[in-house]
Design a protein around this ligand. Structure first.
Ligand code: 5AD
Ligand code: SF4
Length: 471
């Protein structure tokens, strides 16, 4: 077995984060342990993202930096996985002679054998085969995850929606759902390892199980809700066209389901939505938002927006701004449209100039900043239940300027509200022991101050009074 070092660079979405976890777990039996130091790695894996041109450039620029490493250490194995690998396949080998392995999004379970083959034969391998359904071997539920407090669980893969700008159906394949029993087994295993919150992942969770006749997504949620010891459930992503009454009702009936939904709208213009093949209208979207808020007024709603889609006129864009004003999202991810290989929109006429796209992006971000600030400000003076996921990344001091740092020896903690807002708070005393006592607990925190993308507060409940449930 020996002890070998694995360096993984994970780019892109949560699906890749989950996949990288799988890779780590699958390679552990081969003697690989993870390192964060490139120089000491025996195997480097780059898990890439192809959603926008920028993401792809980032992957190639990182890979470019690996050439000198390989020169110094010829036995080093360099593998490129994820969506760019799936998209480019064999071409990567000719473009980058120092890459040993290109593996696609559905080749992860074969990695241990592939790595063994490369080690033994010093050959180069391309494995980008795709299947139409998930096989139980695609997910290693039996190998325990590391004990994080919040974990992702992939419940389905691929996408059948073919939005005209999107590369996902081509690089992740057809939509295919995992059976509920498998998902429940995986989550029970996670909970046994200390996980308190799971985020169920899929490109369109709302259509979970439909093709296979498994069960509806809201029914799966109800089953997950029944798992003892689990505190919170989240899910992402929901396609607005498939957001059902039953799923909306689940926000009220399931106590562990967090009051947050990510509901990407992409555009506020019907003409653009049609050309994007989103299959809902602005009014249908707004109606669903209204219904969600009627059912659960405290629900947080976030969204994705694409600016500068081919043919997006100034008035189309104004409709998007107007929709953002109407919905007042809790948070927004805005992207500049970028052509992707082989997707229909790449061939659409009336491409928008880069400068114009950038201006539109700035306008969206500036508008949203105001709403984010207002929403955060509205929480000042309220008590929020925060699931603590550990010490704050920025160390023992206040995460953003503007807070008086006069509390003496403090530890700075971080966690999230049910509505997915990041909360920092301090606790007096040293880290030892307290870490274990606070991490994984849901604490009542009085919010004192709103910052641009997070909140700052102080504990008003002790860990012993920790609240077990979702919100
Ligand atoms: N250009 C820009 N943004 C894109 N997205 C997907 N494809 C593209 C593209 N070609 C955005 C969408 C999606 C998010 C994950 O990425 O907003 O919801
Ligand atoms: Fe891409 Fe549309 Fe599928 Fe989302 S629903 S992954 S945007 S094709």
């Amino acid at each position: 077995m020996g002890s070998k070092k694995l360096f993984i660079n994970t780019m892109g979405c949560q699906m890749n984060v989950y996949d990288s976890g799988q890779i780590q777990r699958l390679l552990a039996p081969l003697g690989f342990s993870v390192t964060d130091r490139l120089e000491e790695a025996d195997l480097i894996i780059v898990n890439t993202c192809a959603i926008r041109a920028k993401a792809e450039q980032k992957a190639f620029s990182f890979l470019g930096r690996l050439a000198p490493l390989k020169e110094r250490k010829p036995e080093l194995i360099i593998g490129i996985g994820g969506c760019v690998a799936q998209q480019e396949g064999r071409q990567i080998l000719s473009r980058m002679p120092y890459v040993d392995l290109v593996f696609g999004t559905q080749a992860i379970r074969r990695l241990p054998q592939t790595i063994q083959r490369i080690t033994a034969k010093r050959c180069r391998v391309v494995d980008v085969e795709m299947e139409t359904t998930v096989s139980p071997d695609d997910f290693s539920t039996d190998i325990p995850h590391m004990s994080e407090i919040c974990e992702y669980v992939t419940i389905m893969r691929g996408c059948d929606n073919y939005c005209t700008y999107c590369v996902v159906p081509y690089v992740r394949g057809r939509e295919s759902s995992r059976p509920p029993e498998e998902i429940l087994t995986e989550i029970r295993g996670l909970v046994a390892n200390g996980v308190r919150e799971v985020t169920l992942l899929g490109q369109n969770v709302n259509s979970y199980g439909q093709k296979e006749g498994l069960c509806r997504f809201d029914q799966l949620l109800a089953m997950v809700n029944g798992i003892d010891g689990l505190g919170r459930i989240r899910f992402t992503t929901s396609h607005p066209k498939d957001l059902s009454q039953e799923l909306m009702a689940a926000f009220n009936s399931l106590d562990k389901l967090c009051p947050h939904i990510h509901l990407p709208v992409q555009s506020g213009s019907d003409a653009v939505l049609k050309r994007m093949n989103r299959r809902y209208t602005r009014d249908q979207y707004l109606e669903k938002v209204e219904r969600l808020r009627r059912l659960l007024p405290s629900i947080a709603i976030t969204s994705d927006i694409i600016v500068g889609f081919p043919g997006e006129t100034e008035s189309d864009f104004q409709l998007t701004l107007d929709l953002i004003r109407q919905v007042q999202y809790d948070g927004l991810f805005a992207f500049i449209y970028s052509d992707r290989p082989n997707v229909p929109a790449a061939h659409f006429d009336h491409k928008i100039a880069e400068a114009e796209k950038k201006e539109r992006l700035q306008a969206v971000l500036a508008l949203q900043d105001g709403f984010t600030a207002q929403k955060n400000q509205a929480l000042v003076g309220t008590v929020q239940k925060v699931l603590v996921d550990g010490l704050g990344k920025t160390g023992p001091h206040h995460p953003e300027e503007g807070m008086p740092d006069d509390r003496g020896a403090v530890d700075h903690w971080a966690g999230r509200t049910g509505t997915n807002k990041i909360v920092h708070f301090a606790s007096a005393g040293s880290t030892g022991g307290l870490n274990e006592r606070l991490t994984g607990h849901t604490l009542a925190i009085m919010i004192e101050k709103a910052m641009s993308h997070s909140l700052w507060g102080h504990i008003i409940s002790s860990p012993a009074e920790s609240v077990a449930k979702g919100e």
